[in-house]
Design a protein around this ligand. Structure first.
Ligand SMILES: C[S@@+](CC[C@H](N)C(=O)[O-])C[C@H]1O[C@@H](n2cnc3c(N)ncnc32)[C@H](O)[C@@H]1O
Length: 291
């Protein structure tokens, strides 16, 4: 069984429930708005800008690049990728972890709010030729299958499929084509972040710090990620990429997020390279099962 938090709390002060035009309940949070206009790339366009705010002040960090497609491994075709995806998705759907995730979603999370958008962040390329020190291709397929399975659970629960997107600087044309066969649109930074709101699901497997902070600041309705314990650090170290003020803001934002969210740790799935290592799902505290 997954480890779950059982904190019962009332509606946090700064979150408000509103009814939209179609009669679905939405939750708004004053921490997440307004979004300050920030350029999405550095002045020379070579790097991308991450940004997040909490209670006014804003952090911006420049690093990486929005698009750096990896060349596909020689011999890769769309058909070979589809075969690989089908094989791995079948295994994923048979796993205890999937069944546990589905159970938490349907019993505790998917209640009255309509989910309109799902965004996968940073799966890595599914066929890129740069292996670094580990071959993570299979991990990327597993993560994609997990993302797609959550979309299907949401669709079953509400009778309507949310729109689906994936953002990853390494995606090449074959990656984009495979995603399209699964009705997932590849987007580039910062579009994925701009899609996030209180009617969205975000999945960020093994995300970098900037990606996780930017997602957190946007409060997606459901966030499949990991524990946030590593972000509960008080003092920035000499090697830290954040100033003291930025670290304070990051810590306050993390504390606010964990205070106002429920979470459940999913059972580990012992696969090569651990694509789901330490997965934790987060959702707003006020939406928990009354039982
Ligand atoms: C630590 S790797 C994890 C990759 C993969 N999920 C895994 O488990 O092996 C982080 C990934 O995030 C991607 N990334 C970097 N910036 C991003 C952005 N702005 N949006 C989405 N993904 C990003 C990187 O290219 C990289 O593939």
């Amino acid at each position: 069984m997954p480890h779950t938090s059982h904190k019962k709390r009332g509606l946090p002060k700064k979150r408000q429930e509103v009814l939209d035009d179609e009669g679905w309940t939405r939750v708004t949070s004053s921490h997440t708005t307004p979004r300050a206009p920030v350029p999405s790339t550095s002045a020379d366009g070579s790097e991308i800008v991450f940004t997040w705010t909490f209670d006014g002040p804003q952090v911006t960090k420049t690093c990486g690049s929005a698009i750096r497609p990896m060349k596909p491994l020689p011999g890769t075709t769309l058909q070979s990728m589809q075969t690989q995806y089908t094989r791995i998705a079948t295994r994923w759907l048979e796993s205890e972890m999937y069944h546990s995730l589905k159970d938490i979603l349907t019993r505790r999370i998917l209640t009255s709010e309509k989910m309109t958008k799902c965004v996968l962040f940073g799966s890595g390329s599914l066929c890129g030729d740069e292996l670094h020190w580990l071959d993570r291709h299979e991990s990327a397929y597993y993560q994609l299958a997990a993302f797609k399975s959550v979309v299907e659970v949401i669709k079953q629960a509400q009778g309507e499929r949310p729109r689906c997107y994936a953002q990853e600087p390494y995606y090449n044309t074959l990656d984009t084509d495979l995603l399209a066969t699964l009705e997932i649109t590849a987007v580039t930074h910062p579009q994925g972040f701009e899609l996030l709101d209180t009617g969205s699901f975000a999945y960020s497997p093994a995300a970098e710090l900037e990606v996780e902070y930017q997602i957190m600041s946007l409060s997606p309705r459901i966030w499949l990620h990991r524990s946030l314990d590593h972000l509960h650090t008080k003092a920035p170290s000499a090697s830290d990429k954040f100033t003291k003020e930025e670290s304070d803001l990051n810590l306050r934002m993390t504390e606010d997020f964990t205070t106002h969210h429920e979470h459940a740790r999913l059972p580990d799935l012992p696969l090569k390279n651990f694509p789901f290592h330490g997965s934790v799902i987060w959702w707003p505290a006020e939406q928990q099962d009354p039982s």
